[in-house]
Design a protein around this ligand. Structure first.
Ligand SMILES: [Zn+2]
Length: 166
């Protein structure tokens, strides 16, 4: 059934849930449908448009700036699948400061890399090699975690994802 974008009562995007979960939230009156994708959820007693965007009827306090979970897939998405040293197609993940030299496994220290640059770099610090980063790695900001979560954002989600945040 696909996925649904969940908005806070304030229309701030909160996360992504399965469309089935979104249906449950709507049926239990915890959320309203803001946008549906034209398909229908059918059961014996019920026809409901499949929600693509829902808004909670109550306000959820977001206790911290949400940080996208770090994964290989997420790093590849952030870096456009390109080696951050040479721009070729990335095949692996490189720790800028090697783990053996105390580098952490965090967004700011992990980049997508091709196997050639990765084997050049190995356990070296950057300035011990000829490699240079094309840009500094950062954690995906606020809204990009949605992109990271789903891989690709449906077009009609976009109006809800731009705004004051970031
Ligand atoms: Zn490379």
């Amino acid at each position: 059934m696909g996925r649904s974008l969940v908005l806070n009562a304030t229309y701030e995007p909160l996360g992504v849930v399965s469309a089935r979960r979104a249906v449950v939230l709507v049926l239990s009156d915890k959320a309203e449908i803001i946008h549906h994708n034209g398909e229908e959820f059918r059961s014996e007693r019920l026809h409901l448009p499949v929600p693509s965007v829902i808004r909670l009827r109550y306000f959820v306090r977001v206790p911290y700036q949400r940080r996208a979970p770090l994964s290989r897939r997420a790093v590849f998405l952030r870096d456009g699948g390109r080696c951050q040293y040479c721009g070729k197609r990335a095949e692996s993940i490189d720790h800028v400061v090697p783990r053996s030299r105390g580098g952490e496994h965090v967004w700011e220290n992990v980049v997508a890399a091709c196997s050639r640059c990765n084997s050049t770099k190995r356990d070296h610090m950057l300035d011990e090699t000829r490699l240079r980063l094309r840009r500094l790695p950062e954690a995906p900001r606020h809204l990009n975690w949605v992109v990271v979560a789903v891989g690709q954002v449906p077009e009609h989600w976009e109006p809800y994802l731009v705004g004051p945040a970031a």
